[in-house]
Write a protein that binds this ligand. Structure first.
Ligand SMILES: *Cc1c(COP(=O)(O)O)cnc(C)c1O
Length: 369
């Protein structure tokens, strides 16, 4: 058996012709930076998400950075986020000289425990970054309420959650801005690195367009100190080919998740990821909680089934954040999740036979009760 987490070549097979002609278009245009391919993708993305503006950038990480620069984050500011996320969320905060203030996750899920945000606020807090982890939205009513009460901006890290909704509203459209990553393993993946910020605020969008090219709208006139955060025309062209397929892929992810929900239900030792009421989960990852996780992982690997651990070390325990003064026992729900989490393949190209084999192998190893 050989079941990878994502067979991206297989996913691209039916659209190879379209991707090749997108490449040819850009090659012949000679326009590799900016231009109509980038603008076209930005417009399509904004429409898809239901946001007024979309600003294409070089990665999800740079999207976080550009958005926070545009929001005016300065050294000494504090930004609240979940300790259970990919590193980029906190890394971007720290790179601006601000302090990431970590909050624990919900005991039953993987998203920020919104009721703990208030206790993490200080006079220096400027904003909060909820992460819609694995493709399911955080509790945005609760996050928005506490943010409003304390005058904080909200920046949604929707890197894993394009297409997800909360009470019918799209991930990325709740706060001041939302970011997406088009890293190849995300639900909408480029053929390389790419990302975007969406916002309803025209001035903020303008600022980010400037920041992504060294803070200058006109060449050699710099209003701000920005960076090179531009989205390549080639990646924009590939993403425009792939965007119309996103909903179909999402349906397959959701069908695979529904299959696992039911196939794994006989075991009381397995906690399946739960789609919460009023939310549409897009399953960038299908993450179980199991006892003896490392044994389960090793057995599956022996059988040729790929798995992954998201995330083995919460952010407050990363060596680079030691100076922040967290103790290992702080934020205990994140430690529990780190010990139990097991991601199994849920990608759209998974065959019925493959997902059946994955479910049997997990059940067999974990046991019924
Ligand atoms: C992938 C990811 C990012 C960063 O995106 P890149 O495109 O890889 O830079 C940020 N936050 C989360 C939660 C992610 O999963």
């Amino acid at each position: 058996m050989n079941i990878p987490m994502l067979d991206v070549a297989r996913l691209h097979e039916p659209i190879e012709g379209e991707l090749r002609s997108a490449f040819d278009d850009v090659l012949r245009s000679g326009r590799f930076i900016g231009g109509s391919k980038v603008e076209g993708f930005e417009a399509a993305l904004a429409r898809h998400v239901g946001a007024r503006h979309a600003v294409g950038v070089s990665s999800g990480t740079d999207a976080l950075l550009a958005a926070m620069m545009a929001l005016g984050v300065r050294p000494g500011d504090e930004v609240i986020t979940s300790t259970y996320s990919f590193f980029a969320t906190a890394g971007a905060i720290a790179r601006l000289g601000a302090r990431p203030v970590f909050v624990d996750i919900e005991p039953a899920g993987f998203n920020i425990a919104a009721e703990l945000i208030e206790g993490a606020c200080s006079p220096r807090t400027v904003g909060v970054i909820p992460v819609h982890l694995f493709g399911q939205c955080a509790d945005m009513d609760a996050v928005s309420t506490v943010a409003e009460k304390h005058g904080l901006w909200v920046l949604e890290d929707a890197a894993q959650a394009i297409g997800a909704t909360y009470k019918g509203k799209a991930a990325g459209t709740f706060g001041a801005a939302g970011i997406f990553s088009f890293f190849p393993a995300k639900n909408l993946g480029a053929l390389g690195d790419a990302g975007a910020v969406v916002t309803g605020d025209g001035a903020l969008a303008e600022k980010m367009r400037s920041l992504r090219q060294h803070g200058g709208k006109k060449r050699y006139a710099h209003d701000d100190i920005g960076g090179n955060f531009r989205l390549d025309a080639l990646q924009a062209a590939f993403l425009s080919v792939k965007l119309p397929h996103l909903e179909g892929w999402e349906k397959k992810r959701r069908a695979n998740a529904a299959f696992y929900d039911s196939a794994l239900s006989p075991s009381s030792l397995i906690t399946a990821p739960k789609e919460l009421e009023d939310r549409r989960h897009v399953f960038n990852q299908y993450v179980l909680r199991v006892p003896r996780r490392d044994d389960v992982l090793a057995t599956l690997r022996e059988k040729g089934i790929a798995t992954a651990v998201y995330y083995p070390v919460p952010l407050h325990r990363q060596p680079c954040f030691e100076a922040l003064g967290y103790r290992p026992q702080d934020l205990p729900q994140s430690a529990r999740a780190s010990a139990q989490a097991l991601a199994i393949p849920v990608e759209p190209g998974l065959t019925e036979q493959q997902r059946g084999a994955v479910a049997s192998a997990v059940l067999e190893e974990v046991g019924p009760s």
